[in-house]
Each structure stands twice: as structure tokens, then as C-alpha cells.
Ligand binder design. Structure first.
Ligand SMILES: Nc1ncnc2c1ncn2[C@@H]1O[C@H](COP(=O)(O)OP(=O)(O)O)[C@@H](O)[C@H]1O
Ligand SMILES: [Mg+2]
Length: 225
């Protein structure tokens, strides 16, 4: 199936603003005339919703490897049921967390074999990887201070775990500078929004191999197609 759409993921630690920025980004893109699909990982399919309960809203102790493979399984379903079809129709897909979260949380945080997990995770989704990944980077304490609701199982893990997660995300971004854009998400939400807007607009401005470089130099406002 030919892939024509644009695939954007938002990544980052707890409380970095992924979900609120994703909702805003979708509205913004729709106003600019794009057809947009918003999904979250885990979630957005029947399997994903069950896995979300099993993985996040449980007090059970889970083997880190079992946990990682379940997240990957949920993602395979999400890609095949929602993401790949949407991209094939030329839609923009915005996804709240994706493959990088498994590598950061279960790999770096849970101390599994990172290269192995990265390989298995990518192979499972048959390399349907994002065109752009916005990494909202925030110090662990700042992110947690923003969370008002009760914490899920990941959020209850020790601070040391979450510090490894944050450092892991930054390592991933450094390793793939063409796909990742890192934003300082400790700024006010409006400032983060402005940066996301510039990044995404340059993605729609130039979509050749040139666009990968252009992504580093945001310039034009979001254009209508
Ligand atoms: N830049 C920001 N500054 C202050 N508060 C923020 C910012 N971004 C998001 N928030 C608030 O922090 C909380 C967590 O945001 P959310 O988007 O759910 O983060 P995430 O999905 O990354 O965990 C929400 O109450 C949100 O309104
Ligand atoms: Mg969220």
C-alpha cells in the first residue's frame, strides 16, 4: 500500500504536555484544511484499550519483557487497523506516544536490552515509523508537578526510573536527528505550541529529502493544501 500521508508522533515523559499539544495540533491542522487522524498508543483500538487497562491501570507486577511485548503487540494492531490505512488515504496521523516510548520506558527505564527492543519493535510494525517525532523534554520533577489526576502504574515508578526514561528519550533523539525535534517543554504551553507549529509547518512546506533539513530551520506558517 502506497503511503502518502504524514505521520507525526509526540513523545516525552509524564506531564510533558503530549496529550494537550496533540489535541491542539489536530485542531490547528484541521483548521488549515488537512484531514487528520488522532490516535494514542496504547489505545485507539479495542485491543489497545484492553491493553491500556492491563498495563497501566493494574497493581499487578509485570515482567518488563512481557510488558514490552504487550505494548508492541498493541502497537501492531494500532498500525494495521488505524495508522497504515489513514496514511494510505493521504491523511495526517498524529499519535500520542509510539515506538520510542517502549524503548525509553521498557528499554532505558526498565533496563531491557535497548538495541534488541528497538529492532523487535520496528520489525513488528514493519517499519511504519513517524516522519517527524516531536520530543517534549521536561525535567522529571517539573512534569510530575503538573499531574493532578491519580497516577497510573508507570507514573508510580521511582524517580530514578523516570530519570532514565528522560535521558533515554534524549539519547534516541541524538541518534536520529533527522526524525526528532526536541522542544523544551518546561516553557509555557503557548511557547511550546509555537515551536510545534513551526516544525510541523515546515514539514508541510517542503516534503522532499530537502524537507528533512528544512525541518531544522522552521520558517513558514501552516499552509493550506
Ligand atoms: N507547558 C506547560 N506548562 C504548564 N502546564 C502544562 C504545560 N503543558 C501541559 N500542561 C498541563 O500539565 C498537565 C499534563 O499535560 P498532558 O498534556 O496530559 O501531558 P502528558 O500527556 O505528556 O502526560 C495538564 O494539566 C496540562 O494542562
Ligand atoms: Mg498524556
Amino acid at each position: 500500500m502506497a503511503r502518502r500521508g504524514v505521520f507525526i508522533t509526540l513523545e516525552g515523559p509524564e506531564g510533558s504536555g503530549k496529550s494537550s499539544q496533540a489535541r491542539w495540533l489536530v485542531q490547528r491542522l484541521r483548521r488549515a484544511g488537512h484531514r487528520v487522524t488522532l490516535v494514542r498508543d496504547p489505545g485507539s483500538t479495542a485491543l489497545g484499550r484492553s491493553l491500556r487497562r492491563a498495563l497501566l491501570h493494574t497493581s499487578a507486577e509485570l515482567s518488563p519483557l512481557a510488558e514490552a511485548l504487550l505494548f508492541i503487540g498493541g502497537r501492531v494492531q494500532l498500525v494495521e487497523e488505524r495508522i497504515r490505512p489513514a496514511l494510505a488515504k493521504g491523511r495526517v496521523v498524529v499519535c500520542d506516544r509510539f515506538h520510542d516510548s517502549t524503548v525509553a520506558y521498557q528499554g532505558f527505564g526498565g533496563q531491557l536490552d535497548v538495541p534488541w527492543l528497538d529492532r523487535v519493535g520496528r520489525a513488528a510494525i514493519r517499519r511504519v515509523m513517524p516522519d517527524v517525532t516531536v520530543l517534549l523534554d521536561v525535567p522529571t520533577a517539573v512534569g510530575f508537578a503538573r499531574l493532578r489526576r491519580s497516577r497510573d502504574r508507570m507514573e508510580r515508578k521511582a524517580l530514578a526510573f523516570h530519570r532514565r526514561v528522560r535521558a533515554g528519550f534524549l539519547r534516541l533523539a541524538k541518534r536520529e536527528p533527522k526524525r526528532f525535534v526536541v522542544i523544551d517543554a518546561s516553557q509555557p504551553a503557548a511557547a511550546v505550541r509555537r515551536e510545534i507549529e513551526m516544525i510541523v509547518s515546515s514539514e508541510f512546506g517542503v516534503r522532499s529529502s530537502e524537507s528533512r533539513r528544512a525541518l531544522r530551520i522552521p520558517h513558514s506558517p501552516l499552509r493550506t493544501p
